[in-house]
Design a protein around this ligand. Structure first.
Ligand SMILES: [Mn+2]
Length: 246
């Protein structure tokens, strides 16, 4: 795998493409250009899209500028790995083969230049997420996906848009964030005890990097408020902010 290795998550490309969204994507595209220039590798750790559901013959057209960008990256020889999130689990060959090197439908453990990485989108980790874990099992089941695929795309995307508008709150209180972090530290300790050096997670819309007992935890932030990414150049894993001083 080519160094440096970049990690981003929670871009939440929107179904509504307006001027603001266009600007946001252009910022992302500049980041992607820099990844290509570095000759490195890109990992997208889930929730790249605010909603993505791929049909056998149909893909959502609103993301066309992004498809084009990612396709360009891949054609330049950049490896792009995608760990599916809770907003974009439902991919087929267009995401998995045309646009990326590989899609992962679950957590991934892998060696990168002598370090052991554990990559997870992170949804369903928290102890109080019991109800969500149940729901996760259902909406990722073959039966559910088969049924949803039977819906006309206009209906399928209509439902998703209605749900997404209802549940949009990415900014949490400091108190809640701290509570989440506590759990993620415990999670990291468990994973580190299994011999992993780094745990990288998304989903929680907070950007943080810290050493925990035996390992290091990176919460990737997002591209809605932080424009954050992690980078591994072969020695240390760092958390950075794209165009932070621009
Ligand atoms: Mn998520």
């Amino acid at each position: 795998m080519q160094l440096p290795v970049y990690f981003i998550s929670d871009i939440h490309l929107m179904l509504q493409y307006d001027e603001r969204e266009k600007k946001r994507q252009e910022k992302l595209f500049r980041f992607m250009d820099s990844v290509a220039q570095s000759g490195g590798t890109l990992f997208i750790i889930g929730d790249l899209f605010d909603f993505y559901f791929e049909y056998k013959h149909v893909i959502p057209k609103v993301y066309f500028p992004f498809y084009q960008k990612l396709y360009g990256l891949k054609n330049k020889g950049v490896e792009v790995h995608f760990v599916a999130g809770n907003h974009d689990y439902w991919t087929l060959d267009f995401m998995g083969q045309t646009l990326t090197t590989k899609v992962y439908f679950d957590d991934v453990a892998l060696d990168i230049h002598g370090k052991r990485f554990y990559l997870t989108h992170g949804d369903g980790i928290l102890s109080w997420d019991r109800g969500y874990r149940l729901l996760k099992g259902v909406i990722r089941s073959r039966l559910f996906i088969w049924l949803y695929r039977c819906l006309h795309p206009t209906i399928g995307y209509g439902i998703a848009q209605a749900i997404s508008k209802k549940g949009r709150h990415f900014e949490h209180s400091q108190e809640y964030n701290e509570k989440v972090l506590k759990e993620l530290r415990i999670f990291t300790e468990t994973i580190a005890a299994d011999g992993h050096d780094y745990v990288i997670t998304g989903h929680y819309h907070q950007a943080c990097i810290e050493n925990v007992n035996g390992g290091k935890l990176v919460v990737l932030g997002d591209w809605l408020q932080y424009f954050s990414y992690a980078v591994f150049e072969g020695n240390e894993l760092e958390l950075k902010f794209w165009e932070a001083n621009a």
